[in-house]
Design a protein around this ligand. Structure first.
Ligand SMILES: [Fe+2]
Length: 172
């Protein structure tokens, strides 16, 4: 029998139905959040919460696109996230006491300027690094992104990513 997290990941991948970009994004952010959490030595409970939040952090995009004429704005995603996060976590048999925290992380993962705890910081850094690999931001955007980073391992991995972009695009 697979564990809660494996079931959660499986059910989210099924929900995405093979959508290329979103499926790959989920898998990459999940892997990197897991690694960053382990590097930062967060508690076992926070690590489980972080990994579930990484799997679910963009869960509302498909729902919003399907139900709001392709509009998946941040506001709409935040509105739809609670029922989606709740139903996926319940189906995967997560402890009810974990659910509000996982939802909070998923809801706030783009609130870069708001106060944040270490677990949210890690989720943000994982998502930002993967977004950089996927979108190749320009030098102004990179400066903005760099300022958000706090963990030393996240900073190191972001620097590798920037080097990679530089090599490919030759513009920095
Ligand atoms: Fe994301």
């Amino acid at each position: 029998m697979i564990n809660n997290e494996a079931y959660l990941l499986y059910s989210v991948l099924c929900y995405e139905g093979g959508h290329c970009r979103r499926t790959q994004h989920i898998l990459k952010v999940y892997a990197l959040a897991r690694l960053l959490g382990e590097q930062e030595k967060i508690s076992t409970e926070e690590q489980q919460i972080l990994q579930a939040a990484a799997i679910l952090h963009d869960i509302a995009i498909k729902y919003c696109k399907d139900n709001y004429d392709g509009d998946a704005s941040q506001e709409r995603q935040k509105k739809e996230m609670p029922h989606l996060v709740n139903s996926f976590l319940q189906a995967a048999n997560y402890l009810p006491s974990y659910i509000p925290r996982i939802l909070e992380l998923a809801e706030k993962h783009h609130d870069y300027d708001a106060p944040k705890d270490r677990t949210l910081q890690i989720l943000m850094e994982a998502d930002l690094i993967i977004n950089c690999y996927e979108n190749h931001p320009g030098s102004e955007k990179i400066k903005y992104i760099k300022d958000i980073f706090q963990t030393s391992f996240g900073k190191e991995l972001l620097d590798f990513c920037i080097e990679g972009i530089k090599e490919q695009e030759g513009f920095l």
